[in-house]
Design a binder for this molecule. Structure first.
Ligand SMILES: [Zn+2]
Ligand SMILES: [Zn+2]
Length: 351
């Protein structure tokens, strides 16, 4: 059997396991962690496969800068159709909505609720661009519906990720154990309980060690790419978003903000829209109506009114070689942080 088939089979198996975990999410203790673990293996396999893969792409998505593959069917802008936008970015852009549309999606019946929340409990999301003010209006990414509204409008969901939950639980168990140990001589029964507590603590501790162990697999929930930044990214529950996608979201705006930003006479976009000269962008979802607002991505203005520079340029070629430069060594995942720590401690002792 060819080595690529091997990888394909293994990846398929891992993917199936992942699906099962997601399906049975509520049955499995620490499902988030187990998913994270499987994702780790998938990432490692994908990267090994990528190194063997001789796939080339000559073009990047104009927005996310990721290579575009044949099957992507990108949107084509620019004079010669040479400016491409990948389907993932198009989807991300369409998910930014005004408060009225969000309220309708979520079946919130008292108008103004979402706007009020943007000024209140949701304010922390501004730094991640999941909410943003465009002139007088709040624009909201639809994931806020999942992480806040459908999750019972609890503020803790915005502050606690699954990682925080594991860490909190670990701290709690450690406190319990300490207390029980103090009572040990008074209540002899406690012995077995302390024992089982110890096992749980060890389990959680090793998970926390692995999560914190350097460059590990986190995917952007938006574009599905592995995050390149070091450390633990910002999570809302299980949702996370990369810097590039944040930027794309932040470039969705109301027509009035766009006109102001690019020095167009007020009302230009609405006028051209009603004259039917923006149909192309509407079809792609780059310009869309949200409640009484018209929202568009910055690229529309650049393409329609500013003529993006499309002079011939040498485009970088993506190959397995350039793509894996950033990658982690494939054995990294087996070297979890705790193993690494043990090795270092042993070395320390030998000195
Ligand atoms: Zn893209
Ligand atoms: Zn992303």
């Amino acid at each position: 059997m060819h080595i690529m088939d091997d990888y394909d089979q293994r990846l398929k198996d891992l993917q199936a396991t992942l699906e099962t975990l997601i399906d049975k999410y509520d049955l499995l203790p620490d499902a988030s962690y187990q998913i994270f673990s499987i994702e780790g293996e998938i990432r490692s396999f994908e990267q090994r496969k990528e190194r063997l893969n001789l796939r080339f792409s000559r073009i990047d998505c104009h927005l996310c800068k990721q290579p575009i593959w044949n099957e992507d069917e990108p949107a084509k802008l620019g004079d010669k159709g040479s400016i491409l936008i990948c389907p993932r970015c198009l989807c991300t852009i369409k998910q930014v909505k005004g408060t009225t549309e969000i309220e309708r999606d979520l079946e919130i019946n008292s108008p103004g609720t979402v706007k009020q929340d943007c000024e209140g409990p949701l304010k922390t999301l501004q730094s991640e661009f999941l909410i943003r003010k465009s002139e007088k209006f709040w624009l909201i990414h639809e994931v806020v519906g999942e992480i806040y509204y459908r999750a019972g409008r609890r503020k803790t969901n915005l502050l606690n990720s699954w990682i925080d939950e594991i860490i909190n639980r670990l701290n709690q168990l450690q406190e319990q154990k300490k207390f029980m140990e103090g009572m040990r001589t008074l209540i002899p029964d406690l012995h077995t309980q302390i024992f089982s507590l110890q096992a749980q603590i060890q389990d959680l501790q090793s998970k926390v060690d692995r999560i914190k162990g350097g460059r590990i697999p986190y995917r952007c929930s938006q574009c599905n790419l592995w995050l390149k930044e070091n450390g633990i990214p910002t999570f809302f529950g299980n949702y996370t978003i990369c810097e590039q996608c944040k930027k794309i979201i932040s470039e969705v705006m109301t027509t009035s903000e766009a006109e102001k930003k690019h020095g167009l006479p007020k009302g230009t976009i609405r006028r051209d829209n009603s004259r039917g000269s923006l149909e192309k962008y509407k079809k792609l979802g780059l310009l869309r109506q949200s409640g009484s607002l018209w929202l568009l991505h910055d690229i529309v203005i650049l393409d329609k009114y500013k003529r993006i520079e499309t002079k011939e340029q040498v485009l970088p070629v993506h190959s397995s070689a350039t793509m894996s430069k950033e990658s982690i060594p494939s054995d990294l995942l087996s070297r979890s942080a705790s193993i690494y720590k043990q090795v270092m401690e042993r070395k320390q002792l030998e000195k």
